[in-house]
Design a protein around this ligand. Structure first.
Ligand SMILES: Cc1cc2nc3c(=O)[nH]c(=O)nc-3n(C[C@H](O)[C@H](O)[C@H](O)COP(=O)(O)OP(=O)(O)OC[C@H]3O[C@@H](n4cnc5c(N)ncnc54)[C@H](O)[C@@H]3O)c2cc1C
Length: 227
């Protein structure tokens, strides 16, 4: 696994959690090459050679590139619809053009609890915004109040999260079992921006209610949510 950060998830998780996860990948037999970029990929017989910017050459049977996406906005732009990083929509999923809606990965919607517009590449947002766009296209008048929600599983570890997970924000972790079960709160300028429920399930709605709140999530709040 080759990536430029110091640890897996380093941009999203507090450093101690990111390094614990990276250590776990190593213990599971994954060769982790952190702090490196892929400099080139070339054929080597029936295998593939991946070269890093540190001069290493890694032989592979299969290469999986997880590099993110760029939203395809040419169709909307060509129609004179406002686009930035995605197609700009309001909270009803309407674009700037009459009777034209956008939803899912490509839509950039207002997110008041985070104080910014967001484009979210996750199933939950695609389903929710798609449903609202469809209903409004049929004459409804529904607004999207959703917050980004996402989840993943890593070996026997798993998490659910809402809001923005940015390791540059101030983080407060409450662990029941270190790096296995706990909650991490992300604060920026005194406002809760994200909640990471690590091995902690059934608390997504409680976590959503915290995002956008000005009070720091300590004391009773921590205990209430981490059970
Ligand atoms: C490898 C991978 C793993 C993922 N894992 C997760 C996960 O674990 N959890 C999670 O929440 N999300 C995950 N996602 C993200 C999730 O799949 C997307 O957020 C979701 O599918 C977005 O739905 P969508 O309808 O907006 O776009 P898409 O599912 O991309 O659908 C858009 C469709 O529009 C079609 N299209 C594009 N342009 C045109 C055109 N001009 N005319 C007609 N049709 C067009 C495309 O062919 C495509 O079928 C993953 C994505 C990938 C790629």
């Amino acid at each position: 696994m080759i990536f430029p950060e110091a640890a897996i998830g380093a941009r999203a998780w507090p450093a101690d959690l990111a390094f614990a996860v990276t250590h776990r990948f190593g213990a599971e037999g994954v060769r982790v090459l952190s702090g490196r970029a892929v400099a080139g990929i070339e054929a080597a017989g029936d295998r593939t050679l991946v070269r890093t910017d540190r001069g290493e050459a890694v032989e592979a049977d299969v290469v999986v590139a997880g590099l993110g996406i760029e939203p395809e906005t040419a169709l909307a732009r060509g129609a004179g619809i406002a686009v930035s990083d995605g197609v700009d929509v309001d909270d009803r999923m309407r674009t700037g053009a009459p009777d034209v809606y956008a939803a899912g990965d490509v839509a950039r919607f207002p997110c008041p609890a985070l104080g910014e517009r967001r484009r979210v590449e996750h199933e939950d947002a695609a389903l929710s915004t798609g449903r609202i766009a469809g209903r409004n296209m049929c004459g409804g008048d529904e607004r999207y109040h959703g917050l980004p929600f996402f989840y993943s599983d890593l070996f026997d570890l798993g998490y659910e999260a809402v809001g923005t997970l940015d390791a540059r924000h101030e983080t407060t972790a409450s662990w029941k079992a270190p790096f296995r079960e706990g909650v991490v709160y992300y604060e920026d300028a005194g406002v809760v921006r994200g909640v990471l429920l690590w091995g902690t399930f059934g608390q997504v709605d409680a976590a959503r209610a915290l995002v956008g709140r000005e009070a720091a999530p300590r004391g009773d709040d921590l205990r209430a949510i981490s059970g």
